[in-house]
Write a protein that binds this ligand. Structure first.
Ligand code: SF4
Length: 417
């Protein structure tokens, strides 16, 4: 899910003919690990497009090594090469025997990293990366560096979860640009590794606030979240999953009892106004959304953060702030509001509110005993506003799911706000 402000936020499988693949055995994903050193020829191979190393855990990589008649410790080496050294090509795994590398490739395995197509750097250090996926689509991810009081750098990765977005929020250029497909687990994880590569620094925080609605791709988002936590070693508390609200998904997320923050994009204090800003809200009444947020807090004990894009003359009046405070008090505690002065995009009917309006809104919430923060807009000079970078690169609208299987001669660009 992309907020209005999120700052301003390929390796082809050469599937081996069966005759060449007889000496290799692939590994089904998500199966019970078997650490037997005896190869298991009857083990079914995963589909060719799932033979991606990025996203596998250390035990899974150990099992893969065993399946290729290697010692289990080779899996540990693979894990180190993929997640610590961030090597993108199996042939560059120089610590691993050449024969093993060749067998992996011949069986259709790949690392699952994609090339960085373009980067744009803002004066404040924010970097937007365009990553070119295997099917030629481009997704955007954003690296946001912030120096803390001790002079240490906090590096936040704002990652996309879909190519495009089907929800069409009225302020969002990505929503207007259409939807192509969900991102796969490794395509989410690699955004974080690409940011680490560009900044030569560890990513400390991850926000699922780039292009797309994470709750509509919850399986891959949860898998990526687990890998980022266990394999890339980013603390769960350092990660935020954002949503504009998709019926029944907050309950599902709560059942996983993650220690991450849930950020709900509210953008309005009442149903009527919210429907004009977030059309998908028609299917998910505000009261039902707030009840699910309250249940989420009770079940996980993790605070819910409400994102509120301030649109000049639309939802930024003091009365809206009062109504918002009342709404939040009605539904419980543990809430926090993150105000996001709108980042103008080309062709949008919405305008950025004045500083005075933002301050008055924040002060009204505070006087209503609501914890509030106002997000700094960063990277405005790096095409950071929603959709600007896409407008620069995208020559045609995103295609539909069925079309997306065909590589296109020219890359589509999808963009985080
Ligand atoms: S249209 Fe999609 S990507 Fe844009 S703000 Fe809405 S949910 Fe986020």
């Amino acid at each position: 899910m992309m907020t209005a402000s999120s700052t301003a936020l390929i390796q082809r499988v050469c599937y081996v003919p069966l005759a060449r693949a007889v000496r290799t055995r692939g590994m089904p994903l998500n199966t019970t690990m078997n650490f037997s050193t005896t190869p298991t020829p009857s083990r079914a191979s995963p589909p060719a497009d799932s033979r991606v190393l990025l996203g596998l855990s250390e035990p899974e990589l150990q099992q893969l090594a065993l399946d290729f008649s290697q010692q289990g410790y080779r899996g540990k080496q693979l894990h180190h090469l993929i997640y610590k050294r961030k090597i993108k090509d199996i042939q560059d795994f120089s610590q691993v025997p050449l024969a093993f590398r060749n067998e992996l490739e011949e069986a259709g395995w790949k690392v699952g990293r994609s090339p960085i197509y373009n980067t744009v750097t803002a004066a404040d250090g924010t970097v937007k990366l365009l990553i070119k996926l295997e099917d030629n689509r481009l997704i955007e991810t954003v690296g946001i560096p912030v120096q803390d009081e001790k002079g240490l750098m906090r590096l936040t990765a704002c990652v996309s979860s879909q190519v495009g977005c089907p929800l069409r929020c009225s302020f969002c250029a990505t929503g207007k640009g259409g939807f192509s497909r969900n991102l796969k687990r490794h395509e989410i994880i690699e955004q974080v590794l690409a940011i680490e590569e560009i900044f030569k620094h560890r990513v400390t925080n991850v926000v699922f606030m780039g292009m797309g609605e994470p709750m509509m791709n919850l399986k891959s988002v949860l898998e990526a979240h687990q890998c980022l936590n266990k394999d890339v070693q980013i603390g769960q508390r350092m990660m935020t999953i954002s949503t504009v609200g998709v019926p029944n998904t907050i309950k599902k997320l709560a059942s996983h009892k993650l220690q991450s923050t849930l950020a709900v994009s509210l953008h309005a204090p009442n149903q009527k106004l919210r429907e004009t800003i977030v059309p998908s809200a028609k299917a998910y009444p505000l009261n039902a959304l707030m009840k699910d947020c309250s249940d989420y807090f009770n079940e996980t004990n993790r605070r819910v953060s409400f994102e509120y894009a301030l649109l000049a003359g639309v939802n930024d009046a003091v009365e809206h702030a009062r109504e918002l405070a009342e709404l939040l008090h009605q539904w419980g505690r543990g809430y926090h509001v993150n105000l996001i002065p709108y980042n103008p995009i080309e062709g949008s009917e919405y305008k950025r509110p004045s500083k005075r309006a933002v301050q008055a809104f924040a002060a009204t919430l505070e006087s209503g005993k609501i914890t509030v923060s106002t997000r700094q807009t960063r990277g405005l000079d790096a095409d950071a506003a929603c959709g600007q970078l896409r407008n620069k690169f995208q020559k045609s609208p995103l295609v539909t799911d069925s079309d997306s299987l065909q590589p296109e001669p020219e890359a589509d660009v999808a963009v985080a706000c």
